[in-house]
Write a protein that binds this ligand. Structure first.
Ligand code: NAG
Ligand code: NAG
Ligand code: NAG
Ligand code: NAG
Ligand code: NAG
Length: 461
């Protein structure tokens, strides 16, 4: 065991300067690392992809060809099929194709595309229009209407991906598209990818940045460029990222800046702020008792900053202090919990507040707290919540990804009287299908503005 630890630590030093990797002994495929990559195995991905292609005159015939070949190449790595039943073990990706200029039109639905050659045929049949208008609102409305039908995107808990290939933002109503999407699609299971074919058009570029704005990191994610010489790879990566998501009620995806690729990336774990049901003697079973895996670990400043950006403000109240997994073990040494609730030693990153850790033989657990209301620090405190008076705890679980569909199949053990600021889990069995899921708005956006859940589709202006 020691040899494995040393070897892994050595590899981490060589290849991943900002993260230390420790192989977990019981589940060797799961690394104890903040930036645990999502599966990159496109052949077993299980996405519902809608390609939405601008055919206004601004696109140009050459770009249409480029879209057809880039989308075909990227999706040729995926298993294309029209089966939506993941529980039967058939992992395939469904693809639909839509065009828009002055209005949107479906070119092919999921059932029309059962192979990559069906997709190529559909894409190659697309013709450029003479319309100067590029209205993105109308295709989005049509997709929302589709969610009422028999074979909607997102059925059976599948993640939905909207991929816009855009060359113009020429339609006044486009200003409302970011809100239309934000208010009607569940940001946990829906990913928007945009491919910009005219980055010189600042109206278009800012529209696509607004559409792809990720509220958890307050920056656009998956806003690709049509002139990128890695467009096919960018598309494949973004699609696999879309398959890496947190199921209903499992929390927020870990999103960290990947400096090697100069972009934000999702990683394969989800975090949620949970609360003990009352005073408990130790913290290590609160998370698992509620269906999550373990108290969260924080091994890098990168992850701590992400956590700080989210759990600072819970609807006007502070979310801290909250427990994380760092604790003193029976050997009086600090340790974190891994994915099997076994212990592993700290990897070098600590963020103790001034005067901490105190060595009083009592304060054997750790809470994340803040002195200035901005920056987080750690304090050690008793594990018995009767003495710490801290009930909040940050829990961590696996996200779904191309090779893991467990997150859509977990049930959670929740009270309805959770304090504000907790993501309200949708109890298993209360879900009435994809449409309800898509219409479920998260409670709070990054800037604190409350989003009102829309019960009916907004009318086109
Ligand atoms: C992808 O997953 C399938 C099913 O688990 C497996 O058979 C295949 O070897 C994997 N491919 C890669 C490249 O890991
Ligand atoms: C979900 O759980 C049920 C019961 O444990 C199991 O039969 C089914 O195969 C699971 N489905 C998936 C997609 O894992
Ligand atoms: C960008 O928007 C402004 C204001 O709506 C408009 O005047 C301008 O013509 C637009 N530019 C393009 C290239 O569409
Ligand atoms: C995507 O957004 C980032 C951050 O705002 C920006 O730097 C980048 O230029 C955008 N990409 C495109 C193609 O617009
Ligand atoms: C804290 O941990 C130390 C070392 O394992 C142990 O001796 C002590 O009893 C623990 N204190 C409490 C309150 O559990």
């Amino acid at each position: 065991m020691k040899a494995i630890l040393l070897f892994s630590a050595f590899c981490a030093f060589l290849f991943a300067s900002n993260a230390t990797v420790i192989r977990n002994k019981k589940s060797p495929q799961v690394d104890v690392v903040d930036a645990q990559p999502c599966s990159s195995n496109a052949s077993v991905a299980w996405l519902d992809v809608i390609l939405i292609i601008d055919t206004s005159m601004h696109m140009g015939a050459a770009n249409l060809k480029k879209i057809s070949s880039a989308a075909t190449l990227a999706l040729s790595k995926f298993t294309i099929g029209s089966n939506d039943d993941i529980s039967s073990g058939s992992f395939n990706t469904r693809v639909a194709v839509m065009t828009y200029n002055y209005q949107g039109a479906f070119q092919a639905l999921f059932t029309d595309i059962t192979s990559i050659s069906d997709l190529t045929t559909s894409l190659n049949a697309i013709k450029l229009s003479t319309s100067p208008y590029a209205d993105l609102y109308d295709p989005v409305l049509r997709i929302l209407e589709w969610t009422n039908s028999n074979d909607p995107p997102g059925s059976n808990g599948r993640p939905t991906v909207l991929v816009f290939f855009s060359a113009s933002a020429n339609a006044p109503v486009n200003m409302q598209v970011p809100d239309l999407i934000a208010e009607n699609f569940d940001p946990y299971s829906t990913t928007v990818i945009t491919v910009n074919f005219n980055t010189a058009d600042s109206n278009l570029t800012s529209l696509l940045s607004a559409i792809t704005l990720n509220q958890f990191v307050n920056a656009p994610m998956y806003n690709l460029s049509g002139t990128s010489n890695s467009l096919t790879r960018d598309l494949e990566w973004s699609l696999l990222q879309a398959n890496c998501f947190c199921g209903d009620g499992t929390g927020i995806p870990t999103i960290l800046y990947d400096s090697a690729n100069a972009r934000y990336s999702r990683y394969a774990s989800c975090m949620i702020l949970d609360q003990a049901d009352g005073y408990v003697e130790g913290i290590n079973d609160i998370c698992s008792g509620d269906g999550f895996v373990m108290p969260a670990y924080i091994l890098t400043q990168n992850k701590e900053k992400f956590i700080e950006g989210i759990w600072n403000d819970c609807d006007g109240e502070t979310c801290y202090p909250f427990y994380v997994g760092l604790h003193k073990n029976a050997k009086d040494a600090w340790a974190w919990y891994d994915w099997d609730l076994n212990e592993f030693p700290p990897t070098g990153y600590f963020d103790w507040g001034q005067g901490y850790p105190v060595n009083d033989g009592m304060s054997n657990c750790t809470v994340v707290d803040s002195n200035d209301g901005v920056n987080f620090i750690w304090r050690n405190t008793p594990c018995n919540t009767q003495y710490s008076l801290v009930l909040n705890i940050l829990c961590q679980s696996h996200s779904c990804d191309a090779e893991n569909s467990d997150c859509i199949n977990t049930s959670y053990n929740y009270d309805d009287d959770q304090p504000k600021g907790y993501k309200k889990p949708i109890k298993k069995g209360t879900k009435t299908g994809a449409r309800k899921r898509m219409l479920t708005k998260i409670k709070k956006s990054k800037n604190g503005k409350k989003n009102i859940m829309k019960n009916k589709l907004p009318l086109k202006a």
